[in-house]
Design a protein around this ligand. Structure first.
Ligand code: PGA
Length: 260
């Protein structure tokens, strides 16, 4: 299989940041930098209230948009929840499921993450499924075991149809928001492991599935990370709020895609 099946992709996870005014400035700057960018190569993942702003501001541009979480339920008495259909109503394309902050702060289980991927897929959204180990896990030599457990729950619970439209993201918890990026080789090792595991279960999907790296990606380290064979782009937190950083990361992704 050629690598061309997986052009690089960059998603900016804004987390709980933004305001109408700040977003306007950020999106305007991104749009001017995104001119000529290939479609479907970058997205911003925003707090729910700002999906409407994105749908107006980014419509017709190369930048796609999406959300950071989704309910497993379709509708009903689930106060505070937001369904996949509601996210899709704002012409969103993507939703993060299983971010480590939701796993750690909201007790999301591996099985719940799989259900969220299914709900997203059923509404026509592309789930960005996050996996990753803590520093304790890594130091105890449990990286592959933890990533395998998180991934297997999605492979078992979501199945090949959902996986065929999903993006995976490896985000080592110790690298998120810490400024401590995984080395390109550390990222590559886990990405290759994830792809291998996917190949064992769903061989037809392994070569075409994008696996993003997340954890302190910046313009300065993106090119080295994206040069790795199994790193198909980035899930970017802090740097996605800084226009020249985010565009620099996108540029690194396009250059890497062109070099493939
Ligand atoms: P970071 O966050 O780039 O700020 O480390 C990445 C993420 O949490 O998705």
């Amino acid at each position: 299989m050629t690598r061309r099946m997986r052009s690089k992709f960059v998603a900016g996870n804004w987390k709980m940041n933004g305001s109408l005014t700040a977003n306007h400035q950020l999106l305007t700057a991104l749009l001017s930098g995104a001119e000529g960018m290939p479609a479907d190569s970058a997205a911003v993942l925003v707090p729910f209230p700002y999906l409407a702003q994105c749908s107006v501001t980014l419509d017709g541009s190369p930048l796609a948009w999406g959300a950071q979480d989704v309910s497993t339920h379709e509708s009903g008495a689930f106060t505070g929840e937001v369904s996949a259909a509601m996210i899709a109503d704002f012409a969103a394309s993507y939703v993060i499921v299983g971010h480590s902050e939701r796993r750690a702060l909201h007790g999301e289980s591996d099985e719940l993450v799989a259900q969220k991927a299914v709900a997203a897929h059923n509404a026509g959204l592309i789930p960005i499924v996050c996996v990753g180990e803590t520093l304790d896990d890594r130091e105890a030599g449990r990286t592959e075991a933890v990533v395998a457990r998180q991934l297997d729950a999605v492979l078992d619970g979501a199945g090949d149809e959902v996986l065929s439209s999903s993006i995976l993201a490896y985000e080592p918890v110790w690298a998120i928001g810490t400024g401590r990026t995984a080395s390109p080789q550390q990222a590559q090792d886990v990405h290759a492991f994830v792809r291998g595991r996917l190949r064992e279960r769903f061989p037809a999907l392994a070569d075409g599935t994008r696996i993003l790296y997340g954890g302190s990606v910046k313009a300065a380290n993106a090119a080295d990370l994206f040069a790795m064979a199994d790193v198909d782009g980035g899930l970017v937190g802090g740097a996605s709020l800084v226009p020249h950083e985010f565009m620099g990361i996108c540029e690194a992704a396009f250059s890497a895609s062109r070099a493939d």
